[in-house]
Design a protein around this ligand. Structure first.
Ligand SMILES: [Zn+2]
Length: 182
């Protein structure tokens, strides 16, 4: 799923499953929504910065062309991505590893309980959603870097025609229902 969708679905999950926390702590909600976006922010930022620094080499003129390059190579040319930018691919697997996030969650638990809980909800739900929505190169590797065992999801979201249209349509309907039931 794209980044905004991860955030929007996480908020719905929270409204439905843990409405008490949502109502009582805006801080919790904002932090967990940030955590919902974090796996993909951590994944793509180093790659975008690298391309910005080497834009001449790859014939990239502006931010828009860098962004298109990232989308194209990660969605449509994954062999090329794996060959030319193996380090970037590794970052993807690290940031989407259940093992790594569990280690980080336990570290957070030492600092604060609510931070741990918001990480669990936001980051955890992102990783879980990705498990179902990738059956390609980016299939979830839950135990990375210990091993490369991967779970093949039901679909790869960007290979589904009109996925975003259906997804945002569903989001819109769900938000109407939530606001209506309020
Ligand atoms: Zn992701």
């Amino acid at each position: 799923m794209d980044l905004p969708s991860h955030i929007l679905w996480t908020y719905i999950l929270e409204r439905v499953v843990i409405s008490n926390s949502v109502n009582s702590s805006p801080k919790f909600v904002l932090t967990s929504l940030f955590f919902a976006a974090l796996p993909d922010i951590l994944e793509s930022t180093p790659f975008i910065v690298y391309l910005a620094l080497h834009r001449k080499k790859y014939g990239l003129k502006n931010f828009k062309s860098i962004f298109s390059f990232v989308i194209d190579i990660t969605h449509n040319k994954q062999d090329e991505y794996d060959t030319n930018f193996p380090w970037a691919a590794k970052i993807s697997f690290y940031t989407h590893s259940f093992l790594m996030s569990t280690v980080f969650a336990l570290l957070l638990l030492n600092f604060s309980k609510w931070l741990f809980f918001s990480f669990l909800v936001g980051y955890g739900f992102h990783l879980l959603a990705d498990v179902f929505l990738h059956k390609d190169y980016f299939s979830s590797r839950p135990f990375y870097p210990l091993n490369n065992f991967s779970i093949h999801g039901f679909v790869t979201w960007y290979k589904i025609k009109n996925f975003s249209r259906y997804n945002y349509g569903l989001l819109l309907i769900t938000y109407f229902i939530i606001l209506w039931l309020k």
